[in-house]
Design a protein around this ligand. Structure first.
Ligand SMILES: Nc1ccn([C@H]2C[C@H](O)[C@@H](COP(=O)(O)OP(=O)(O)OP(=O)(O)O)O2)c(=O)n1
Length: 150
């Protein structure tokens, strides 16, 4: 599989962000590649002469800040049902924006650190499958059944 063509299904709110930033989606199915996001973030920084600010530490702190903003959306709500059926449309748009900020900083951080995020994530999925074998962990999330892997 070509890692650069790994696709993520993103919240519809992300299409608003893409339009605002002039980013065009690849196709009509709202799938966006990590490669496209990486390139768009690199262009965004270069056009503003912001490469100087996009250091690993700065990007990590920016991402953590955005995780905080994402957490605020859920703060004090108690548990919420999957699909967020009771949320207003503007709340979902806001959620999409904060999720996107986290993703974009993560993509940029990975790029600046020279990590191929798609490749690393695929490898991790494979490691997870070995550590948490379906046959031993079906229906349980007790990690005492996890296997060590070196
Ligand atoms: N130095 C910067 C500043 C911003 N961004 C990009 C990445 C994020 O997607 C978004 C973050 O912008 P803000 O810091 O304005 O954060 P918010 O959009 O969350 O705004 P606010 O914090 O006012 O809610 O912009 C960036 O790449 N580099």
């Amino acid at each position: 599989m070509c890692v650069n063509k790994i696709s993520l299904n993103l919240n519809p709110a992300f299409s608003v962000l893409l339009k605002m930033t002039g980013v065009q989606q690849e196709g009509d199915d709202q799938s966006v590649s990590l490669h496209l996001l990486k390139q768009k973030m690199a262009d965004f920084a270069k056009e503003r002469n912001w490469d100087q600010f996009h250091s690993p530490r700065n990007l990590l702190l920016a991402m953590v800040g955005e995780v905080g903003e994402l957490s605020e959306i859920f703060q004090w709500k108690g548990e919420v049902p999957k699909g967020l059926p009771d949320w207003k449309e503007d709340e979902k748009v806001h959620l999409g924006e904060e999720l996107s900020d986290v993703l974009l900083y993560l993509v940029r951080l990975s790029d600046i650190c020279g990590i191929d995020l798609g490749k690393a994530a695929l490898r991790k999925v494979e490691l997870n499958a070995i550590k948490y074998r379906a046959s031993k962990n079906y229906g349980t999330n007790d990690d005492s059944t996890a296997e060590m892997c070196g």
